[in-house]
Design a protein around this ligand. Structure first.
Ligand SMILES: [Zn+2]
Ligand SMILES: [Zn+2]
Length: 143
């Protein structure tokens, strides 16, 4: 289920019900190699020179379709929606100064409860996630 080879990309787009276009392939390729959890706007800016006719909405809709079939994750951390090519369970560390987001592997002893094992009366749990908040190395160095 990783977005890292051409055949998987094409299969992912097809199963999301999307026509395979050079733009869509480039959008998915661009996300696949990106560990910074970019927004649709950021990916759009990277691709805009190659595809002058493409819109931010195309980027957003393509990635949202892939999220709906589990090929990427849509992250709502407050602010613009970000996209994550890493669909394996993991946590995130967020820098309070620059907003950078990085992946944090989940250690055995930190295993999160599965959503279906959570009992919150009056609340339907869909996902459990953990966010580490602090200051990234670059911002610490710049201080
Ligand atoms: Zn930072
Ligand atoms: Zn992530």
């Amino acid at each position: 289920m990783a977005l890292n080879d051409a055949a998987t990309l094409v299969a992912a787009l097809r199963s999301a019900g999307l026509k395979i276009t050079p733009q869509r392939l480039a959008i998915v390729e661009c996300l696949a190699g990106d560990a910074t959890h970019p927004t649709a706007q950021e990916l759009y800016e990277r691709l805009r020179d190659r595809f002058p006719g493409m819109s931010v909405a195309t980027v957003y809709n393509t990635l949202s379709a892939l999220d709906s079939i589990g090929f990427c994750l849509r992250l709502d951390m407050g602010g613009a929606i970000r996209f994550d090519p890493n669909v394996a369970p993991h946590d995130h560390a967020v820098c309070a100064r620059c907003g950078a987001i990085r992946d944090v592997a989940i250690a055995q002893e930190q295993q999160r409860p599965a959503a279906e094992d959570c009992e919150l009366p009056g609340f339907q749990v869909e996902r459990v996630e953990r966010i580490y908040r602090g200051v990234c190395a670059r911002c610490t160095a710049a201080a």
